[in-house]
Design a protein around this ligand. Structure first.
Ligand SMILES: [Zn+2]
Length: 292
């Protein structure tokens, strides 16, 4: 079933688990996320970044919608890091049930104004909105954006931001970065900061860039208001590392049905482990059709 983010995360937030949000930029990744979610009886989010929609084109979303709608477990289709009103309207037209307006690089008041504009538009048609306050770091190889220096989310500002914009979920900057972490940088999740934000902000919080953080940090974050965890690097790495190995071992193979299954399986196993870690395994049964 396909629902919006507000309904999906309400259950997660109340029951203290997080739902994984996985970047799907080809049909193999859609299959990975749906297979993993169904095998784990877990809700899941499939997200597409503006760079990814340019790659797969608008028609791809009809396929994602069809696949998600037919599944017995709950799904959301989400715009990852929308930057403009054009990104937002394009996603609504394509049938996403949730969008992110990331204006976190702008000054506070301008971030509020841009995010509020997205909320007013999206809420007209029951599409949920994620905003971002503070800046999430960026590492080499990631096309998701982010800043060189992490600017932590201020808890007081976060409360004002949520109230004035009317967003449904808030992405917070608490230490993590997009992409693969270099050894030299500190990317630990600042749990104290997260606790302060969680005390002031009473909507589900979102963690971006948590691919390389230790499991214990992720578990702790989920206890303090994190109800959505974005995961892109880990899943792609599992898929392409296996695909590389399969190609090396079978230099003359060219049929997708010979090359893709092993890579798909490796990524599916990774996603299933993350669902266990986030606490979403088995939780699809908490969503009752007709009650949301
Ligand atoms: Zn992100």
């Amino acid at each position: 079933m396909l629902i919006n983010m507000k309904d999906l995360l309400k259950v997660a937030y109340e029951n203290k688990f997080a739902v994984g949000s996985f970047n799907v930029a080809n049909s193999e990744f859609v299959k990975v996320v749906i297979t993993a979610a169904e095998e784990q009886n877990s809700p899941a989010i499939m997200q597409i970044h503006p760079n990814e929609i340019d790659l797969v084109t608008d028609g791809f979303i009809a396929y994602v919608r069809e696949a998600a709608s037919k599944s017995k477990v709950p799904f959301v289709i989400h715009l990852d890091h929308g930057a403009t009103i054009k990104d937002i309207t394009r996603s609504i037209r394509n049938g996403y049930t949730s969008v992110m307006m990331d204006a976190s690089h702008l000054p506070f008041e301008e971030n509020i104004a841009a995010t509020k504009e997205a909320v007013e538009l999206a809420h007209l048609v029951d599409v949920s909105v994620e905003g971002e306050l503070g800046t999430i770091g960026s590492n080499e190889g990631s096309s998701e954006g982010g800043a060189d220096e992490i600017l932590y989310t201020n808890p007081e500002e976060a409360a004002i931001f949520v109230e004035q914009t009317g967003i449904d979920t808030l992405a917070v900057a608490v230490g993590t970065s997009h992409g693969i972490y270099p050894q030299s940088k500190d990317h630990s999740i600042k749990i104290d900061r997260l606790k302060q934000i969680h005390e002031k902000v009473k909507i589900p919080l979102v963690l971006h860039g948590g691919s390389d953080n230790p499991d214990e940090e992720i578990r702790e974050a989920v206890k303090h208001g994190i109800a959505k965890i974005n995961l892109s690097t880990d899943m792609k790495r599992a898929f392409y590392n296996q695909l590389r190995a399969t190609l090396d071992a079978n230099p003359n193979a060219y049929e997708p049905d010979q090359l893709m299954p092993e890579a798909t399986k490796a990524a599916t196993e990774l996603v299933k482990k993350k669902m266990d870690l986030f606490g979403s395994t088995g939780k699809a049964s908490l969503y009752k059709l007709g009650e949301i």
